[in-house]
Design a protein around this ligand. Structure first.
Ligand code: NAD
Ligand code: 89Y
Length: 342
């Protein structure tokens, strides 16, 4: 089978993880890089030994024979880049947040559908092996039918050092991080019908909210609480772990700090170490996220090969993005927002 040829668009902070992961994945290779910033372009080309470099995406797409593009830019550029790539007949994997708003996201999904190409969102947290182990235990029925969950991410890790835009954007934690945690809640309980959100800014040096507490009602009748904070100073500092407490009608499950999975059923606890493997290129504490980058990109390649829709497709991600929009609306108007309002 021929190796799929891809191009990376955006060679910034997080794209370095994409490149390490592509190098470790069978069946696909990155043959070209694009970035408007010459230094990022040059450094990434050197680090990963890629000869073809471009400062303009349209120029790159015209010059290269590609099967897919991997969009690792920040959100404002996602819609034009996705539409350009789809119009050129390319498959696409695009970083989160997928779009700035739902209208853009719907148009992006449509552009890929019209081109009959695969569009996947790099929504990687549900692909973290520890989270996956919990989802898999729930899907196997280990705790019966889940009826309540707390999906929680609380940390004081300095995310602004690597991603300075997080301190200056109007929106912060729900759009940047909560999006992943809401997506995990969807992966466990399915789509939601309504959400109520409270937000707060504790860190005076940033513009957006750094604390969000969200209450979701799911289509299947389950309730979940999704809570996120980047102002929680604690030991152990759990960045970037998502912690879970899920109650089912036959038992309960907890994913605790240190990647400890506890499944309680028939009156006893079973305890599992679900620590992510330390891949050769990863660095603590990011290894959890970095491993999931490799897993999600591998899933993208498998979907391209088999022609199947990815689990975290553009279409699927509309539901996660709708939760983000609804959470901001709820916080702004101090009311419960029904998802069918959007
Ligand atoms: P960054 O600013 O470090 O890098 C973005 C790069 O894209 C920059 O080098 C910029 O010059 C380039 N760029 C922007 N528009 C372009 C265009 N039109 N053409 C060519 N190049 C362009 O940003 P980052 O921190 O690496 O974040 C990138 C994305 O990754 C964001 O959407 C962020 O939310 C996401 N991210 C995801 C995770 C995750 O776990 N999934 C973690 C961190 C960041
Ligand atoms: O951008 C964010 C993400 O997607 O995962 C963690 C992060 O890097 C900071 O919140």
């Amino acid at each position: 089978m021929e190796t799929l040829k891809g191009a990376l668009i955006g060679c910034g902070f997080f794209a370095q993880n994409h490149m390490h992961a592509w190098a470790a994945i069978d069946g696909a290779e990155i043959v070209a890089l694009c970035d408007r910033d010459p230094d990022s372009l040059k450094n990434t080309a050197k680090a990963f030994d890629v000869d073809a470099t471009y400062g303009d995406v349209a120029e790159m797409i015209a010059a290269e024979r590609l099967d897919f593009v991997d969009i690792a830019t920040t959100v404002t550029s996602h819609r034009p880049l996705v539409e350009l790539a789809a119009a050129a007949g390319l498959n696409i994997i695009c970083q989160k947040p997928f779009a700035e708003n739902l209208d853009d996201a719907r148009a992006m999904v449509k552009s890929a559908q019209q081109a009959n190409r695969i569009l996947m969102v790099h929504e990687n947290f549900r692909w973290q092996s520890a989270v996956r182990a919990a989802i898999s235990a729930i899907q196997k029925g280990e705790i019966g039918t889940p009826f309540f969950g707390r999906v929680s991410f609380r940390s004081a890790y300095d995310v602004y050092a690597n991603q300075p835009y997080l301190a200056t954007d109007d929106r912060f934690i729900i759009q940047d991080l909560g999006i992943h945690i809401l997506d995990i809640s969807r992966a466990i309980f399915g789509n939601a019908t309504s959400i109520s959100a409270l937000i707060n800014r504790i860190n005076p040096k940033i513009k957006g909210e750094d604390v969000a507490t969200m209450l979701l009602n799911h289509e299947n009748g389950a309730t979940s609480v999704v809570d996120c904070s980047y102002s929680t100073k604690r030991q152990p500092e759990t960045f970037p772990e998502t912690l879970l407490e899920i109650d089912g009608d036959r038992g309960s499950l907890r994913l605790e700090a240190g990647y400890k999975l506890i499944v309680h059923k028939d009156g006893t606890d079973q305890v599992f170490d679900v620590s992510p493997p330390l891949l050769p290129w990863v660095e603590r504490p990011w290894h959890n996220i970095q491993e999931s980058v490799q897993i999600i990109q591998q899933h993208f390649v498998e979907c391209l090969r088999s022609g199947t829709n990815p689990e975290t497709s553009g279409d699927d991600n509309l539901n996660t993005l709708a939760l983000v929009e609804a959470a901001y609306l709820s916080a702004q108007e101090n009311r419960t927002v029904k998802l069918d309002e959007l």
